[in-house]
Design a protein around this ligand. Structure first.
Ligand code: TYD
Length: 392
């Protein structure tokens, strides 16, 4: 049974950065539920993929050193540990992972045509389709079977998980490996990072819920890694149950134990989280309003989808955060969804004009604080809401 625990209000589509501000931008209810049987956390309102992931999708995986390094390290690990003949990536984005492989050994699947174009241009086989059974049949016909399937921050964006795993099962070889990577529910709850919820993030996985989900497809987790990316992610290494050659590592039960200790299998944990979210909202607004009263200026650093949840849930307007800065070409000179706050092109010197910077991209705190060392020395202060609202 699905039980409601958190209402994040009306939210616009998170990655729809508008060229012109429109006060009547469509907004959808963002309510979060916990399934007491499968332990899966999900949002209720499902927006069709075609609306969210179109030919103008602005999110680029290669926009930070942190992510580029994470994918590069993973590529080396995959080559060493699994040495696949063919790797298929579901949600290959701008090629941050596949470009680390020889083009004859990888296939990308990327429905956002503007992104698929990037890897196609580099002669990497890329299907600009949504991941579904039809596509898996097409791929199987052409490549027979796939030794390794990888997908980061994508499967949780697809409503029909049954279709997702049925399609994976269809193309994965008998000894094949599936690696998936998504934000960790445990880290989200611990860090009170409720901005992990937006309309694209239909599910927030935990090891407990992934284990339960995979049972239906005769798949099982044999290893888990905790990653610092996206504010704390889990990388699940998955095989067929029938493959007895690979042994399960201790990490799997360790993670599940940790999650149970924290109460991720219990509804009360989510009720408590919901209370903390409202506290966080109030405290963040207190900080921002105090700075406004002092007539000091705040810029938003990193026009993330996560920040869209914060702005719209906390009703933060231009009077509190005057503009955002970002390096993503697709976001620059557009407006934060739902808010009349413009995204300016990042340039180092403009930070001189601000006293404070709100870390929209808090998940890149280390990289950003390091990059802005000089400004910090001169007095620029960063604000974050994670794990609780504070001035750093
Ligand atoms: P990210 O946190 O990955 O995304 P989301 O919440 O949208 O899934 O996005 C980080 C954003 O921050 C992205 O738009 C790029 C931007 N950014 C900068 O502008 N400067 C930087 O130094 C870094 C690291 C990121």
């Amino acid at each position: 049974m699905k039980k409601f625990f958190l209402d994040l209000g009306l939210q616009p589509l998170a990655n729809k950065y508008l060229k012109e501000f429109k006060s009547n931008q469509i907004k959808y209810k963002l309510k979060i539920y916990f399934d007491t049987k499968s332990k899966l956390v999900s949002i209720s309102k499902r927006i069709p993929s075609k609306i969210m992931f179109d030919a103008k999708y602005p999110y680029r995986s290669s926009m930070s050193n942190t992510m580029r390094k994470s994918f590069k390290d993973l590529a080396s690990e995959i080559k060493k540990r699994f040495n696949p003949r063919i790797l298929l990536e579901i949600g290959s984005n701008d090629g941050a992972l596949i470009l680390n492989f020889n083009k004859n050994n990888v296939i990308g699947v990327e429905p956002c045509k503007n992104l698929a174009k990037i890897t196609k241009k580099k002669n990497y086989k890329t299907y600009d389709n949504y991941w579904n059974f039809e596509l898996s049949k097409k791929i199987k016909k052409k490549f027979k079977s796939i030794d390794l399937i990888y997908s980061a921050n994508t499967l949780t964006h697809i409503s029909d998980l049954n279709n997702v795993f049925k399609s994976i099962n269809h193309v994965l070889s008998k000894k094949g490996i599936l690696i998936i990577e998504d934000p960790s529910l445990l880290e989200c709850i611990k860090k009170n990072s409720y901005d992990q919820f937006y309309n694209e993030h239909i599910y927030l996985f935990s090891a407990i819920s992934v284990k339960n989900l995979l049972k239906n497809y005769n798949l099982e987790i044999f290893d888990i890694k905790n990653l610092s990316t996206h504010g704390g992610s889990l990388r699940y290494y998955i095989k067929r149950k029938s493959n007895k050659l690979i042994k399960k590592t201790r990490q799997v039960n360790k993670q599940i134990h940790k999650e149970k200790q924290y109460g991720l299998n219990k509804f009360e944990t989510y009720k408590k989280f919901s209370k903390n979210v409202f506290k966080s909202k109030n405290n963040l607004l207190k900080i921002l309003n105090k700075i406004k009263k002092e007539r000091k200026k705040i810029i938003g650093y990193g026009a993330t989808a996560k920040a869209v949840t914060i702005l719209n849930f906390c009703n933060i307007n231009k009077d509190l955060i005057s503009s955002f800065i970002d390096i993503t070409p697709e976001k620059i000179n557009h407006y934060m969804p739902g808010k009349n706050i413009k995204i300016l092109k990042y340039n180092k010197s403009m930070l001189k004009n601000y006293h404070y910077a709100f870390l929209g991209a808090w998940n890149f705190k280390k990289e950003i604080l390091n990059k802005e060392k000089k400004h910090i020395k001169k007095g620029l202060r960063f604000i974050t809401h994670v794990p609780q609202p504070q001035i750093l």
